[in-house]
Design a protein around this ligand. Structure first.
Ligand SMILES: NC(=O)c1ccc[n+]([C@@H]2O[C@H](COP(=O)([O-])OP(=O)(O)OC[C@H]3O[C@@H](n4cnc5c(N)ncnc54)[C@H](OP(=O)(O)O)[C@@H]3O)[C@@H](O)[C@H]2O)c1
Length: 333
């Protein structure tokens, strides 16, 4: 059956403007880091992406190395684009990145012009696209002059292979310097992508301020701390969960202390008639510099639940205080 998108898909999604740009993004974006490689069912992956699009999620976040194996997530998304979403290309924002190891030898990693522009070329082939909407430098590279990395992003935009430049995992000082270089080149910084959740508030220190001053927006990753800020692990570690299948989350991360905090947060969410995942997403989105939270999902049911965050009851000051109190009590391993 050819896919026909829901005509009501734009009726209720509260799009937000990304900084001082002309681009609006959905408050929830779908990330394809871990569940869209070659080791998962294509039909499930397709169902998640199409349900997201039908719900008004217009933004899909990828990187050269997402898989497994690296490159596979872009291939999966390219396949869905070709079979189902071709007619909707102009309604979709596709982001990709380069900055981590992608191919052997000295030119397959970090932040040189050589690496960034050849990686973008490879990403476009895997995605089956002429351009991506957003191209990121995925992590800072202290060995390469920032002028060179930002110059490569500007070149990508000038060549029409990306519409907007972006950075990820940069500290505040480097964010400011990158934004200045990009602005001077006439290709202003659109987005900074840091990790941000109830369990990692680091960007509140100075990165968010730098992003705001640059006129850019923050789009945050792992807002559910890879599933820890959900009910996923409250009754043990389920078969097939990320804690058992991924190199990036381990059973040992789920200490009794962590689970005690999760339970307290879960109680606050339950008192509001919502799930912990919904509360955790609403919480990151309370910050006006955050244009969108990039969620991962391994099933349509998770995605559906997470969309419910957009209809949650207001986060009143007493709820924020109760959350802060739980986090202050958190015992660190
Ligand atoms: N720029 C960077 O350096 C960087 C780094 C990491 C991620 N990212 C981006 O951010 C995206 C999101 O990261 P993430 O996957 O870590 O995000 P996340 O939303 O914090 O975690 C997603 C995982 O949480 C679990 N989950 C989600 N919703 C759930 C629900 N309602 N109930 C129970 N469990 C639920 C699922 O785990 P199971 O798989 O166990 O079901 C899912 O795979 C990535 O896809 C990527 O696009 C960027």
């Amino acid at each position: 059956m050819p896919f026909a998108a829901d005509p009501a898909r734009y009726d209720s999604m509260p799009y937000r403007r990304a900084g001082r740009s002309g681009l609006v993004l959905p408050p929830l974006s779908l990330g394809l880091w871990q569940n869209f490689g070659a080791t998962r069912s294509f039909e499930t992956q397709r169902a998640i992406v199409l349900r997201a699009f039908d719900a008004g999620i217009t933004h899909f976040d990828l990187a050269n190395n997402y898989g497994p194996p690296p490159g596979a997530a872009e291939e999966t998304f390219g396949r869905i684009l070709a079979t189902d979403l071709q007619a909707y290309r102009d309604e979709i924002v596709v982001s990709t990145k380069a900055g981590y190891l992608m191919w052997p030898g000295p030119y397959g990693d970090h932040g040189s012009r050589k690496y960034l522009l050849s990686s973008l070329e490879q990403s476009l082939k895997r995605l089956g696209l002429d351009y991506v909407d957003v191209f990121y430098h995925h992590r800072p590279d202290l060995e390469t002059p920032l002028e060179e990395s930002m110059g490569a992003l500007t070149t990508a935009v000038e060549q029409g292979k990306a519409l907007y430049p972006a950075i990820s995992n940069y500290d505040a000082a480097r964010t400011t310097a990158a934004a200045e270089l990009l602005a001077a080149a006439g290709t202003p910084l659109l987005l900074h992508q840091p990790r941000y959740s109830l369990f990692d508030r680091t960007p509140e220190r100075d990165v968010f301020g730098a992003v705001e001053r640059a006129g850019a927006a923050a789009i945050v990753f792992s807002p559910l701390a890879q599933g820890m800020l959900t009910d996923r692990y409250l009754d043990g570690v389920p078969e097939g969960s990320r804690a058992l299948t991924s190199a990036f989350l381990h059973e040992s991360d789920l200490s009794e202390d962590v689970l005690a905090t999760v339970r307290s947060l879960n109680d606050i969410a339950a008192g509001r008639g919502q799930s912990l995942a919904q509360l955790a997403l609403q919480w990151v989105l309370r910050n006006p510099v955050v244009v969108s939270a990039i969620i991962g999902a391994s099933s349509v049911a998770q995605l559906e639940q997470n969309l419910g965050a957009l209809d949650g009851p207001e986060l009143a000051p007493d709820v924020l205080d109760a959350i802060d109190a739980v986090l202050a009590d958190r015992r660190r391993p």
